[in-house]
Design a protein. Sequence first.
Length: 225
Amino acid sequence: MLCGDLTVAHGQQTVFNVPTTDVLDKGKVYFELDISAKPNDSDALNKFSSFVPRLVVGAGSPVEVGLNILGNVQPGPDSTTLAPAVKWKVYDGKDNGWAVAVGDNVFIPVRNKSYDAGTYAYTMVQKTFKTKTRVGFGGYFFSKNVVASNANRVGGQFTFEQPVTDKFGVASDWFTGKHASGYWTSGGYYKLTKKLTGYAAYSVGNANATKGNHFLYFEVGYNFN
């Protein structure tokens, strides 16, 4: 499963799982730890916990690069996967509120691997309104085995973000499709300090939600500069 962060803390890769059009300024550095947890067994999804660290760096012009470390899931053996990422904001309309970004994450399994390499490529469009509401839509491509065994997956991805105060806001994102990233995730964030932000959300699967395919989702993000 993919995990992510929230755009309100200035330029991270995602809202929760779906990328935004934000990129970090050149030289800016951001670290995040994503935690997913299901405390009980169900027909569709047994209890588990997952920890995903992420580092993102602004490369300039306007591009950001990052590294995610996936596959740290308990119980069971870890399937550690390195996922370097790049995002390029190809259009920034500034006053008109429109922005467009393209990006790619490359998946490189290094432990208990079931495939050799994979990719997640996407295009994302977002519009910011005068109310500070921001909505986004785009398309994705996952190569074989990244989110579905021996199968490519294509579909849509959508975002919603609404600041409520200077420190608190709500957000939601959604990947279409029935696969390992096919979830609707909704929640909020609270800016604890100028550099530290906490996030809490709940993810509900596109398939078998009534049979227990849903879980808790948390993030802690820190801007170094």
